[in-house]
Design a binder for this molecule. Structure first.
Ligand SMILES: Cc1ncc(C[n+]2csc(CCOP(=O)(O)OP(=O)(O)O)c2C)c(N)n1
Ligand SMILES: [Mg+2]
Length: 641
C-alpha cells in the first residue's frame, strides 16, 4: 500500500482540496476555500496545515464565527449546493458561536462543513482553557452542542477515524436529500498527530449528484390524484431551485394550465413574469397565490418542506384537497399524509409530464389565474404608492399612534417601507442578488419582489436567522462575483450581527447593505400588538428612570458605522434621497451602505392566511382574549397533521 506521512490536519486539508462533484456531466471543485477565526485550539494544528500547503483552497479570515459560517452557507446556496467554504474554529466559545449557523444551514438543507477544534483527546492537560467540564460525563465538550443541529456529527479522537469521518461528511454534504450542517470535531492534540495515510484516501474523489426518478408506483399514485383534480395548484419550493428545475416546472404548468406559487426558497427558480406564476404563497404570501391556494382542489408541492409559513399552519388549503409531494427527501415527501413521489424535482416533473400528457390532462381554472394576478397587480400599485400624507397616516397611526408620531419627531423619516422597497427594485440591476432572512422584509419581499432573473432572490427563511443578511451577502458575492449583491436588513438584524461587512471590505469585494431603519423589532412589534400585547421590548427607545422604554427613539447613525469601517454610506429620509443614493451606490467600486429611515408600521400585511402562534389562554386585556378566541376558531379549520 502506498502511503504518505502527514499530520491529521495536513491530511484533512489535502483531502478537502481533492473533492469534486459531478452533476449533469459537469465537474465542480467542491471545496472552494476555508474560513476561520483562529484560536489556540485550531491555529497550531489545522492552521499550520493551511499555512504550509493549502493547495488551491482559498483562505478567508472571519470576524465572528457565526457570521463566517453564515457566509459559507450563503456561498453554498448561491452555488446551487455544488461548492462550499469549510469553516473552522477554536474550541469553546469559537465553536459555540457556530451552533446557530449550523442549525440555520440544516433547516435550509444547505451544505455547511464545520471543523471546530476540540478538547484534548488524551486529557493530560485538562481542563484546558475554554473547556466546559461536566462532572457527570468527561467526554462531553462544547462540540456536543452541534449534535442536535447537524445532519452528521463526528469527533476524530484517533487519526484513523479521520478517514471514515470525512467520507461520511462528504456523503451527507453532497446528498440532495440529506444535506445540511456537518460537524467534524478536531481535538487539538489529534490535529497535530502524524499518521501514514493511504494515498488512495487522499486522491481526487468525484461525488456524483444524480437525478433519481421516483418508482413507477409512486408516479401512478400522483398521476391519479392530479387527474381527479380540476383546479390543481403547484407550489415551487427550494428543491426546484437546487434541482435547476425552474424551466421544467414552468413548462409542466403551461402544458396543463396549472398555476404555481412560490415559497421563500423557491422564488426566482422561475420568472415572475411567467403567466402561470402567482408569486409568494402562505403567511407571507400575496393576494393572488393565497386566493387560488384556498380554492385549489389539489396541491402539488415540489421540493418544499411545507413549513408553517407555506401552508399557513396547515390552514390555507381546502380540507378535502389532496396534497401531492414531489421531493428528493423521503422525510419531507411524507409530510401532511401526502400522496408522494420521492425523487429529483426535474426528473420527477418530466416523468409526470409524460404521463399527464398521455392521459390528455388539462386543468380547468378558466380565467381565474389571470384575474387573480390582475387583482394582485392593482394591490401592488397601492402599496407602491403608499405615501405618508396621502391619508395613509391614518392607517399607520391607528396601529400605533405613539410610535409613529415619535418616530417622525425623533428620526424625521416619512418614507414608507413598501415605497422604499419598490424604489430599490427599480433602482438596482435586474440581475442583482438580494439577500435577506429576518424581520418584516421577508414578508414584504415574498409578496412584492418580482424578478425574472434566476437565483436572484436569496432568502434564508427556514431559520430566519437575524444576522444572516450581511454575512450571507458576502457569501453570495463570493459565489457569483459578477452580480450586484444587496443585503436587505432591518436595523435590529444589523445590530445583532454585521461583522462580516469588515471582511467584505478587507477582501475588496463589493456588497451593498440596504438598511431599513424603523427603530425597532418591527415585525415582532406588529405580532404582539395585533394580539393585544403592548409594545414591550420591541422599540429602540431610551429607558426612563424606572427602566421603562418610554423615552425618545435612539436614532442611530448606521451610515456612520459603515463609514468608520471604510464603506461609503448614505443617510436617506425621502424617496428622492433614496433614488439618488441607489444610483450613486451602484457607481462605487467598494462596499456601500444605505441607511433608510422608514416609518414603523409601513410594511405589508397578510392576505388570507393564518399563522398559528402561542396566544395566551387567559389575560386581563380583552384584546388578548379576542385574539385567543380567534386562534382557537382558526385552529378548528386547520388540518391536524
Ligand atoms: C437570531 C434571531 N433572534 C431573534 C429572532 C426573532 N425575531 C424575528 S424578527 C425580529 C426583529 C427584527 O427586527 P429588524 O431586523 O429591525 O426588522 P423589522 O421587523 O423591524 O423589519 C426578531 C427579534 C430571530 N429571527 N433571529
Ligand atoms: Mg427594525
Amino acid at each position: 500500500m502506498k502511503s504518505v506521512k502527514l499530520t491529521v490536519a495536513q491530511a484533512l486539508v489535502r483531502f478537502l482540496d481533492n473533492q469534486y462533484v459531478l452533476a449533469d456531466g459537469e465537474e465542480t471543485k467542491f471545496v472552494h476555500g476555508v474560513a476561520t477565526v483562529f484560536g489556540h485550539g485550531i491555529v497550531l494544528g489545522f492552521g499550520q496545515a493551511l499555512d504550509e500547503d493549502r493547495g488551491a483552497l482559498r483562505y478567508y479570515q472571519g470576524k465572528n464565527e457565526q457570521g463566517m459560517a453564515h457566509m459559507a452557507t450563503a456561498f453554498a446556496k448561491q452555488s446551487g449546493r455544488r461548492q462550499i467554504i469549510a469553516v473552522a474554529s477554536s474550541i469553546g466559545p469559537g465553536a459555540a458561536n457556530m451552533v446557530t449557523a449550523a442549525a440555520c444551514a440544516s433547516v435550509n438543507n444547505l451544505p455547511l462543513l464545520l471543523l471546530p477544534g476540540d478538547a484534548f483527546a488524551i486529557r493530560q492537560p485538562d481542563p484546558v482553557l475554554q473547556q466546559v467540564e461536566m462532572a457527570h460525563d468527561t467526554t462531553v465538550t462544547t462540540n456536543d452542542a452541534f449534535r442536535p443541529v447537524c445532519k452528521y456529527w463526528d469527533r476524530v479522537s484517533r487519526p484513523e477515524q479521520l478517514m471514515t469521518a470525512l467520507l461520511n461528511a462528504m456523503r451527507v454534504l453532497t446528498s440532495p436529500a440529506d444535506t445540511g450542517a456537518v460537524c467534524v470535531a478536531l481535538p487539538q492534540d489529534v490535529q497535530a498527530e502524524c499518521f501514514e495515510w493511504p494515498l488512495s484516501f487522499l486522491q481526487k474523489r468525484v461525488h456524483r449528484i444524480s437525478r433519481p426518478c421516483p418508482p413507477k408506483e409512486e408516479l401512478e399514485d400522483v398521476l391519479a390524484a392530479i387527474l381527479a383534480a380540476k383546479e390543481p395548484l403547484v407550489i415551487c419550493g427550494g428543491g426546484v431551485r437546487y434541482s435547476e428545475a425552474g424551466e421544467t416546472l414552468s413548462r409542466f404548468c403551461h402544458a396543463f394550465g396549472i398555476p404555481f406559487a412560490e415559497t421563500q426558497a423557491g422564488k426566482s427558480a422561475a420568472p415572475a413574469s411567467d403567466a402561470y406564476n402567482l408569486g409568494g404563497i402562505g403567511v407571507t404570501g400575496n393576494l393572488a397565490a393565497n386566493t387560488l391556494a384556498a380554492r385549489a382542489d389539489c396541491v402539488i408541492a415540489v421540493g418544499s418542506r411545507l413549513s408553517d409559513f407555506t401552508t399557513a399552519s396547515k390552514w390555507l388549503f381546502r380540507p378535502d384537497a389532496p396534497l401531492v409531494t414531489l421531493n428528493a427527501s423521503p422525510f419531507h415527501a411524507a409530510k401532511m399524509d401526502a400522496v408522494k413521489a420521492v425523487g429529483d424535482a426535474r426528473a420527477t416533473l418530466e416523468a409526470l409530464q409524460a404521463l399527464l400528457a398521455a392521459a390528455g390532462y388539462r386543468a380547468r381554472w378558466g380565467n381565474a389565474v389571470s384575474e387573480a394576478k390582475a387583482a394582485w397587480r392593482a394591490e401592488m400599485q397601492r402599496l407602491e404608492n403608499y405615501r405618508y400624507g396621502d391619508g395613509f397616516e391614518t392607517i399607520v397611526k391607528a396601529q400605533n399612534p405613539a410610535s409613529v408620531g415619535d418616530f417622525i419627531r425623533d428620526v424625521q423619516g416619512t418614507l414608507t417601507q413598501t415605497q422604499a422597497l419598490c424604489a430599490v427594485r427599480a433602482g438596482i440591476a435586474p440581475s442583482a442578488v438580494v439577500v435577506g432572512a429576518s424581520g418584516s422584509l421577508p414578508g414584504d419581499m415574498q409578496r412584492m419582489w418580482e424578478t425574472d432573473e434566476t437565483n436572484s432572490y436569496h432568502m434564508e427563511y427556514g431559520y430566519s436567522c437575524m444576522g444572516y443578511e450581511i454575512a450571507g451577502a458576502l457569501g453570495a458575492k463570493l459565489a457569483q462575483p459578477g452580480r450586484e449583491v444587496y443585503a436587505m436588513t432591518g436595523d435590529g438584524s444589523f445590530l445583532m450581527l454585521h461583522s462580516e461587512l469588515v471582511t467584505a471590505i478587507q477582501q475588496g469585494v463589493k456588497i451593498t447593505v440596504l438598511l431599513f431603519d424603523n427603530a425597532g423589532f418591527g415585525c415582532i412589534n406588529n405580532l404582539q400588538m395585533s394580539n393585544g400585547v403592548g409594545s414591550l421590548g420591541t422599540e429602540f427607545r431610551r429607558a426612563d428612570d424606572n427602566g421603562e422604554y418610554t423615552g425618545p427613539f435612539l436614532n442611530i447613525d448606521y451610515a456612520g458605522i459603515a463609514e468608520a469601517y471604510g464603506a461609503k454610506a448614505w443617510r436617506v429620509h425621502t424617496l428622492e434621497e433614496l433614488e439618488t443614493a441607489l444610483a450613486e451606490s451602484r457607481r462605487e467600486a467598494g462596499c456601500t451602505l444605505i441607511d433608510m429611515k422608514v416609518l414603523p408600521k409601513t410594511m405589508t400585511e397578510g392576505y388570507g392566511a393564518w399563522w398559528h402562534v402561542g396566544v395566551a389562554g387567559m389575560a386581563k386585556n380583552p384584546a388578548v382574549q379576542a385574539a385567543h378566541a380567534e386562534k382557537e376558531a382558526r385552529r378548528k379549520e386547520a388540518r391536524m397533521y
